[in-house]
Design a protein around this ligand. Structure first.
Ligand SMILES: [Zn+2]
Length: 317
């Protein structure tokens, strides 16, 4: 199985277009130790030929152009694409807007939870993806779903990509309609908006986890990740109040549904006892000091056995 990080940044990317925080200013200025990152997405292939996107970000066109394996092949006919399917882990703009880049009557299959499919159905702009060419399929939580890709010809005949995903709910942010305070401090409520994926290639028995948004690691999630060979995990913030301290936003990470990297409640501490072989942060917000290769926070993160994901990073399982 081949896994490529298409984008390792959180929503807004790095730098974010309208942000002049220290990190964004430094990466924009080309300061050594900083590299730009696009918004969070992975591409996965079981056979090296057919690719499945995990989320479709607003940066998808750039990500495809930066990844030769995802471009149309010279020997594939006038119109072709190795992208056979897209699996969506949420209905946020960061995760779905890239579908609009995949118009032009090219067959592929969209997978998402019922909530995500409902979001697509309620926004008529997504009708640009004709359902007879780009079918939408439900991914049921807690069940294994075989990912079928659209065929290479215009008949849209489907074929197995060799990948199976299991979607599972993870603790996420409080529903917007509850933010007025009715739910008190219950920001970690599990309500199905935040989804993680276990991606497997049955032919080889290899698998990994992709959890780009997660408010906390509860017992259920810890049990799931225990002993995993590879986990891509929510690295949005280093500390819970970092966006407040930098004057960027009034919300804590917890309030936005994102666990911090550091601290006794953070993801380094939470995954430490789980025996995960390889741990990689993705969905990294532009305020996060680990984006500076030379920062003490970056050194601490790596010393704790984590890698900081970057665009173009490739992992072979
Ligand atoms: Zn910034």
């Amino acid at each position: 199985m081949l896994i490529r990080i298409l984008g390792a940044a959180a929503g807004g990317g790095f730098p974010q277009w309208n942000c002049s925080c220290r990190n964004c200013a430094d990466v924009r200025a080309g300061k050594p130790g900083f590299r730009a990152r696009t918004q969070c997405s992975l591409a996965v292939s079981a056979n090296g030929t057919d690719w499945v996107l995990l989320n479709a970000t607003p940066d998808l066109r750039q990500q495809i152009n930066d990844t030769p394996e995802l471009g149309a092949r010279p020997d594939g006919g006038l119109r072709n694409s190795p992208i056979k399917a897209a699996v969506l882990t949420g209905g946020d703009i960061d995760f779905i807007a890239g579908l609009l880049n995949l118009r032009e009557l090219q067959p592929f299959t969209v997978y998402g939870s019922l909530r995500v499919l409902k979001t697509l159905a309620e926004n008529s702009v997504f009708n640009v993806l004709d359902a007879s060419v780009v079918p939408r399929r439900e991914v049921k939580l807690g069940a294994a779903t075989r990912i079928e890709g659209a065929g290479v010809d215009i008949t849209g005949a489907e074929r197995d990509t060799g990948l199976v995903v299991e979607a599972f709910a993870v603790p996420g942010k409080i529903a917007l309609y509850l933010e007025s305070g009715a739910a008190g401090d219950n920001y970690g409520s599990r309500e199905g908006d935040a989804i993680g994926l276990k991606v497997s290639a049955p032919a080889t028995g290899k698998s990994f986890f992709y959890v780009p948004a997660c408010a906390m690691v509860d017992d259920e999630l810890a049990a799931r990740l225990k002993g995993a060979p590879l986990v891509f995990f929510d690295g949005t913030l280093y500390t819970d109040d970092e966006m407040i301290r930098q004057g960027l936003m009034k919300k804590t990470g917890q309030r936005m549904g994102h666990i911090s990297i550091s601290g006794p409640e953070g993801s380094i501490a939470a995954l430490e006892p789980l025996g995960v072989t390889r741990k990689i942060y993705v969905h990294i917000n532009n305020s996060n000091p680990v984006l500076d290769d030379t920062s003490p926070e970056r050194r601490a993160t790596e010393a704790a056995g984590w890698e900081v994901g970057f665009d173009g990073m490739e992992i072979r399982l």
